[in-house]
Design a protein around this ligand. Structure first.
Ligand code: NAD
Ligand code: UDP
Length: 319
């Protein structure tokens, strides 16, 4: 049985990846320090023989006994309010954490896939963003701690490939949403749904003309799975190109949740990218992958998940 280590396993994407690899018949080792994750996301896996969990901070030396075939490095705060709250840990998990996992991959002769992000393009001057664009990042801006950690992560991963012959894969993930996002992680999907369910007005930052392109988690997991088992070693965008302004998105959520709340406007965070849409030509051609789940379907599933929270839990998630 092949063995895969998934870091960030108790988080949103990591937990869905654990489910997928278990389903595909792998032995899965989940690792997480729970800084932004929640064991509830993987508690259903604890009873399985093929699943093991290590409560561990990957910025510290990582040891796994026995063989290891694959590593998926997804540990990192991912929401702007998280990485603004814990900036040094964010830099460390992208740099020291990635270094430790590359070292582990080298020792075990394992293939490693690292989770990069559309944030490596910063506030992009090219639209839609393709993988050849070098990006427009403010290194010392508030988002720099995340963006530069991820840029370093890509560089060190490529260096391990070039200088040590390590088998590496790099996925640039664009805004992904779905069940198991943290209600209070501040990202726009849980923020708007939480507000709608609490009966509050929806807070649009800036004038809401900035755009994002939202990908449902199942599509993302499929793209990551295909990339891991492909031969492609360069960064590849995985996202849904269906672009929407944040104002229109707020209106969609008001409609979906049937609320009578309105939109209120708040200050746009510094360096908030004005437009974002993945060019997925490479993923289409190389992986034969594209997002299949439309926003209406994905958002309905996501809403069903958040509706299960009690009034008290919803109230606690307010910030
Ligand atoms: P998340 O916050 O839900 O999950 C991240 C997990 O990593 C959490 O469980 C957290 O506790 C864990 N973690 C953080 N630092 C750690 C450390 N030092 N040691 C061990 N565990 C640690 O975020 P997510 O949305 O699931 O994102 C997962 C990965 O995907 C991140 O690397 C993120 O940068 C990347 N990504 C996500 C998106 C998205 O839209 N969700 C977009 C681009 C990139
Ligand atoms: N946003 C918003 N209201 C909120 C939360 C976010 O208008 O309550 C905006 C945010 O300014 C950004 C977009 O929604 O333009 C997506 O934000 P998110 O934090 O989800 O991800 P980002 O793509 O910025 O990393």
């Amino acid at each position: 049985m092949q063995k895969v280590l998934i870091t960030g396993a108790a988080g949103f994407l990591g937990s869905h990846l654990c489910d997928r690899f278990i389903k595909e018949g792998f032995r899965v080792i989940g690792m997480d320090n729970l800084i932004t994750g929640d064991l509830k996301n993987i508690e259903h896996l604890f009873k399985l023989q093929n699943f093991e969990f290590y409560h561990h901070d990957v910025t510290k030396f990582v040891h796994i006994p026995g063989d290891l075939d694959y590593i998926l490095h997804f540990a990192s705060p991912a929401s702007p309010i998280d990485y603004l709250k814990i900036p040094i840990q964010t830099l460390k998990v992208g740099s020291l954490g990635t270094h430790n996992l590359l070292g582990l991959a080298k020792e075990k002769k394992a293939r490693i896939l690292i989770a990069s992000t559309s944030e490596v393009y910063g506030d992009p001057l090219v639209h839609p963003q393709n993988e050849d664009y070098y990006g427009n990042v403010n290194t010392i801006g508030p988002r720099g701690v995340y963006d530069e950690a991820k840029r370093f992560q890509e560089s060190i991963t490529m260096a391990y490939h070039t200088y040590h012959g390590l088998e590496t894969r790099i996925v640039r993930i664009f805004n992904t949403y779905g069940p198991r996002m943290r209600l209070n992680d501040g990202r726009v999907v849980p923020a708007f749904i939480g507000q709608a369910l609490r009966g509050e007005d929806l807070t649009v930052f800036g004038d809401g003309s900035q755009t994002r392109s939202f990908c449902y988690v199942d599509d993302l997991v499929e793209g990551v799975y295909k990339l891991l088992f492909s031969d492609y070693i360069y960064p590849i965008n995985i996202g849904n190109p269906d672009e929407i302004t944040i104002k229109e998105f707020a209106e969609e959520i008001i409609k979906l949740t049937n609320t009578t709340q309105k939109i209120i406007y708040k200050e746009l965070p510094i360096n908030d990218p004005l437009q974002r849409q993945p060019d997925i030509s490479k993923a289409r051609k190389i992986l034969n992958w594209e997002a299949k789940i439309k926003r209406t379907e994905g958002m309905s599933k996501t809403l069903e998940y958040f509706k299960k929270f009690s009034k008290e839990e919803l109230a606690r998630s307010e910030h």
